[in-house]
Design a protein around this ligand. Structure first.
Ligand code: AGP
Length: 612
């Protein structure tokens, strides 16, 4: 997720004006920034920095530009490390087309290879850089800039929005396109402001145009023309906005955590689109060879906190889909366990931030004993990503809430896909019903949305239970890690004491804690452990524990033995952890809200634990 801005109008210092606006978009990403305009001599003026927008502002101040047209960008790296070269705007070789972009161009590899065959050369590692070269190529076969821009946009696949300026456009217009990624036009007194969301424009105007999907916006600063991709002019009614900057950054949600919980359907759909191509699983960025992965004899998974729970699922998936034995080790314990490492023992680490000191220490230990390391990270170019032989990005977008939500479900989906990928390249996928699995992967996003339909029940439960002192979260097999993660969410943001347990473990001691003051969250959605879970719920029920169960829609049996039931949509049990955890994220959220906790910044916690 990046922040993009375009401007055309009569501001005295437009470049400073739009770069200032980037500050309000830094919550979307801030590893590098850049801006471009057509300077008074008609040349393309461009400045880029590695780091925060403030650095760019200082640079621009030194070189004020009199211009009426500019674009700017603050980056959250998805393809290519955070460097000046990879920062936006990106330009073509003749430096007369400049582009800023948010989202992912999913067919960038194909386009790049086609353009290289036509003689274009690339300087960055980004997917974005195909855009200016593609527009240049389209200009050779088009009568107008609009036609070239429109034809180029039609060739791009994925969810993205972009803004472009041309040095040689006689009408000096600004061009923008919205393809499944937010883009809003602010109507100024004299001119137009176009940005990823309203947070950067709300102090300048309350009149906005929300561009719709697959729409092209072109303006010369006086008139505005909006088209569909077939070139038909369309009218989009301006609207009045009521949000302030703070609300806009959270897209109207009261906290970043709630916004990020609600981003999960789109993120999981995007991951499915990116990773599943014609019944094959694609990890473009994976540099570990298939030959090596075929030789791997054992896999160790290591991480901390929420990422550790994703590793747990990774173990179950890898052992279910491949013949490789897999072991999960907490990163902070890794160095004491002396795992039998070596060249055919792969260490997989999972880390949202890519900076967690314990996890970094464990991968350094692994490499010291000759193992290769594959990391699943959410931050491109992070230390863990750079120190691993192979990296796969989880593409959750920037996660501001300290309690991890969308990063977790992205990690689980990514490790699930990696286990399938390993089974495929090792020829161990013969018994897998790939059609069903691929269908279910693509359905995850919509099924998460169905959980949101139950939010009333979840809020009711949170209101009923928020003052209790203690809770167990019980699950089995694939949903044992869900129990661990659900308990962690509750602990982290509501400070309620909560323990995740393998349900089968209760009778070996913990059940002594159960009485009518003890909450027990039970995961009893349909799957091979369903009957066993019913027995565990009955054990708790017999001891008067307060039971909140997750059950598959229509299940009356669980309802009869539970105090509260939250119904979940059916999905194959391997993927049920991604759906079930949504209910626990929301339950923890509303328990914390009832307790008046600081949900985005819980006490004692940091977003990235860079100390051991
Ligand atoms: C998650 O809700 C926590 N904030 C924490 O457990 C986190 O998962 C852990 O610190 C690991 O962080 P990482 O994924 O950035 O390595």
């Amino acid at each position: 997720m990046c922040g993009i801005i375009g401007y055309i109008g009569k501001e005295k210092k437009p470049l400073q004006f739009i770069v200032k606006g980037l500050e309000s978009l830094e919550y979307r990403g801030y590893d590098s920034a850049g801006a471009a305009c057509i300077d008074p001599k008609g040349n393309l003026f461009i400045k880029k920095v590695k780091g925060r927008v403030k650095l760019l502002e200082d640079l621009i101040k030194k070189t004020p530009q009199k211009t009426n047209l500019g674009i700017a960008h603050t980056r959250w790296a998805t393809h290519g490390e955070p460097t000046v070269i990879n920062a936006h705007p990106h330009v073509n070789a003749d430096n007369d087309i400049a582009v800023v972009h948010n989202g992912i161009i999913e067919n960038h590899f194909t386009l790049k290879n086609e353009l290289i065959k036509k003689g274009y050369s690339f300087v960055s590692q980004t997917d974005t850089e195909v855009i200016p070269h593609l527009i240049e190529e389209e200009l050779k076969h088009s009568l107008t800039y609009q036609e070239a821009f429109n034809n180029a946009v039609k060739k791009l696949e994925g969810s993205f929005s972009l803004v472009v300026i041309f040095k040689n456009d006689p009408k000096k217009r600004i061009y923008a396109a919205k393809m499944d990624s937010p883009l809003v036009v602010g109507i100024l007194k004299e001119g137009f402001y176009i940005a990823s969301d309203i947070s950067s424009m709300v102090q300048h105007t309350k009149n906005v145009i929300y561009l719709k999907e697959k729409q092209i916006f072109i303006s010369d600063g006086i008139s505005v023309n909006i088209y569909d991709l077939d070139g038909n002019e369309v009218h989009v009614k301006p609207e009045k906005i009521t949000w302030n900057v703070e609300k806009a950054e959270k897209k109207g949600f009261e906290t970043f955590m709630l916004k990020e919980i609600h981003e999960q359907p789109e993120i999981l759909k995007k991951i499915a689109r990116m990773r599943l191509k014609n019944k094959k699983i694609i990890f473009e960025e994976l540099s570990l060879s298939k030959a090596y992965l075929k030789r791997v004899k054992r896999i160790y998974l290591t991480a901390c906190g929420t990422a550790y729970h994703a590793c747990f699922l990774g173990k179950y998936y890898i052992e279910e889909f491949t013949g490789i034995p897999a072991e999960v080790i907490l990163s902070s314990e890794f160095r004491y366990t002396r795992p039998k490492l070596g060249k055919d023992k792969l260490v997989i680490c999972i880390s949202q931030s890519g900076e967690t000191a314990d996890t970094l220490a464990s991968i350094r230990e692994a490499k010291k004993y000759g193992s290769k390391v594959l990391s699943l990270c959410n931050v491109v170019g992070s230390t863990i990503a750079r120190e691993s032989e192979g990296v796969i990005y989880t593409h959750a977008g920037i996660e501001i809430g300290v309690a991890s939500t969308k990063a977790y479900t992205s990690q689980v989906m990514t490790i699930f896909l990696l286990a399938l990928y390993l089974s495929e390249i090792r020829g161990e996928d013969k018994d897998l019903n790939k059609n069903l699995i691929f269908k279910e992967i693509r359905a995850v996003g919509d099924k998460i949305s169905q959980v949101f339909d139950n939010v009333k029940e979840i809020k009711k439960g949170a209101k009923k239970y928020f003052s209790y002192q203690g809770a167990f979260y019980l699950g089995r097999h694939f949903n044992y890690p869900t129990a661990l993660e659900g308990a962690l969410k509750n602990k982290e943001i509501s400070y309620m004491h909560a323990e995740g347990y393998a349900a089968g473990e209760m009778k070996h001691g913990p059940i002594a804690l159960i009485d009518n003051n003890f909450l027990v969250f039970c995961i009893a959605t349909k799957g091979q452990v369903y009957e066993k879970m019913i027995s565990n719920i009955q054990e708790v029920h017999a001891r008067k524990g307060l039971i909140i169960s997750l059950a598959t829609q229509g299940d009356e049996k669980v309802k009869r033995i539970s105090d509260t039931v939250i119904y979940m949509p059916y999905i194959v049990e391997e993927l049920s952890p991604i759906i079930n955890i949504i209910a626990f994220q929301l339950m923890a959220y509303y328990i914390a809200q009832n307790k008046g906790c600081d949900i985005d910044k819980p006490r004692n916690l940091a977003k990235s634990v860079t100390v051991e």
